[in-house]
Design a protein around this ligand. Structure first.
Ligand SMILES: CC(C)(COP(=O)(O)OP(=O)(O)OC[C@H]1O[C@@H](n2cnc3c(N)ncnc32)[C@H](O)[C@@H]1OP(=O)(O)O)[C@@H](O)C(=O)NCCC(=O)NCCS
Length: 180
């Protein structure tokens, strides 16, 4: 469990799979700027077989209610791999600062636990909320990936954001001596 002030991040468990599948398949939750993915229950069960260090996290409020998820994954790059993050909150829990906190916790966790120099994220140029979340967590906009992916019948651009270990410097929410 990664503990923040208002939210915790907890690895996905078996009991989280039904809401996880529902969220993933609902455009209201993944939002108008994410690709329209479909996930079957069988696909979701495979998540439990993923090594813990690559499992998605459920974002939970302090009372244990689930408000969304945040994931990290490797994307192929010609010179190796890049670590990227993605996230979504259920509509009625947005605008309360939960995602900003979740991303800060995730950045702390990844820089504290992995020997990586950079974390990246992509977001639709129209997704102002997501850009604010990233900037509040110290990410900088690198540029635009033109016609980056095809969804909903059209090619879409994406802003590429990143944060570097030397910019992060110190954990913002987690500590170096987490007991949990
Ligand atoms: C984008 C998203 C993750 C933001 O999560 P959130 O918990 O609502 O974000 P926060 O409450 O931490 O807000 C961070 C800042 O963005 C602002 N913000 C949030 N949504 C906004 C929106 N739709 N338009 C403009 N600003 C917005 C907040 O006011 C806040 O600004 P402030 O700190 O200056 O007050 C959420 O809207 C979501 O799940 N959207 C659908 C999925 C998605 O787009 N995921 C990201 C794909 S890259």
């Amino acid at each position: 469990m990664l503990e923040g002030k208002n939210v915790n991040l907890r690895l996905v468990e078996k009991e989280d799979l039904p809401p996880f599948v529902e969220w993933f398949n609902k455009p209201e939750v993944t939002g108008e700027y994410n690709p329209l993915h479909q996930m079957s229950k069988t696909d979701a069960e495979k998540i439990l077989e993923t090594p813990n260090e690559l499992k998605p996290f459920i974002i939970e409020k302090k009372d244990g209610s689930k408000v969304g998820f945040i994931a990290h994954f490797y994307v192929l790059h010609v010179a190796g791999r890049q670590l990227e993050i993605g996230y979504s909150l259920v509509p009625n829990e947005r605008g309360k600062g939960y995602c900003s906190e979740a991303v800060k916790i995730m950045v702390d966790y990844l820089f504290l636990s992995k020997d990586i120099g950079r974390i990246q994220a992509q977001t639709d140029p129209r997704n102002v909320g997501s850009q604010k979340v990233l900037e509040k967590a110290g990410f900088k906009k690198e540029g635009i990936l033109r016609k980056n992916f095809f969804t909903r019948g059209e090619w879409r651009d994406a802003y590429l954001y990143s944060t570097l270990r030397e910019e992060w410097k110190e954990p913002k929410i987690l500590t170096r001596t987490e007991k949990k």
